[in-house]
Design a protein around this ligand. Structure first.
Ligand code: SF4
Length: 204
């Protein structure tokens, strides 16, 4: 199956893929992505719905103490580190970026709690940049479909960037994520209705 066919199948499955985190600004997206580590988007949306009513800018977030923020995000897990990073990141935005979220992956990665994956998600989703954020779903799908043979997200990202056209990266990342989340799940994937059976490496 060539690259075009693969993309066609992804387009058929997810013609207009969308990020499932709710947000109204670049800052809200950044906070939501930090909260989403090891947590479902659904849970994050429940938490941010309340949190962003009053604390939707770096300045407002900084009016919370570490303990107060921990209490608000508790159910997302890893709340101590997440609260610490959100406050440190907000302080950086205020002190170094005039309260704005920077629009390049290099600058984004200088922020507390923002690694390569988070930077790529924000860059692609908030700024329309072309980037492939490799999370657990994208990594699993890439291995099953034989695009890569690695457990390293960065290696996977580089391989996907080589295989697919730059213009498709942002959309492809979302399509692969949704494919992994809803069809090619870690346990009990829906292989019966999968268009990639002929190239899949998973033993069934
Ligand atoms: S056949 Fe099953 S395991 Fe393979 S890619 Fe499709 S859903 Fe995933």
């Amino acid at each position: 199956m060539d690259v075009k066919e693969i993309q066609q199948h992804f387009d058929n499955l997810f013609p207009a893929p969308k990020c499932e985190l709710n947000y109204k600004s670049e800052y809200e997206l950044l906070v939501a992505v930090i909260l989403s580590a090891q947590c479902t988007d659904k849970r994050v949306n429940v938490v941010t719905k309340e949190l962003f009513k009053r604390y939707n800018t770096p300045h407002k977030m900084l009016s919370l103490t570490q303990q107060q923020l921990e209490d608000k995000i508790h159910s997302c897990g890893f709340y101590h580190n997440k609260a610490k990073n959100i406050l440190a990141m907000s302080r950086q935005l205020v002190e170094e970026y005039q309260g704005e979220v920077p629009s390049s992956t290099e600058e984004l990665q200088k922020l507390a709690g923002v690694g390569r994956k988070t930077a790529n998600v924000v860059y692609a989703e908030a700024f329309g940049g072309q980037a492939i954020a490799v999370d657990t779903h994208v990594l699993r799908v890439s291995n099953r479909l034989g695009f890569v043979k690695t457990k390293q997200p960065h290696e996977c990202e580089l391989a996907l960037m080589q295989k697919f056209d730059r213009a498709s990266w942002g959309k492809l990342h979302l399509q692969m994520l949704l494919f992994g989340r809803y069809i090619c799940k870690a346990k009990n994937p829906n292989c019966e209705n999968c268009p990639f059976k002929t190239i899949c490496n998973k033993k069934r």
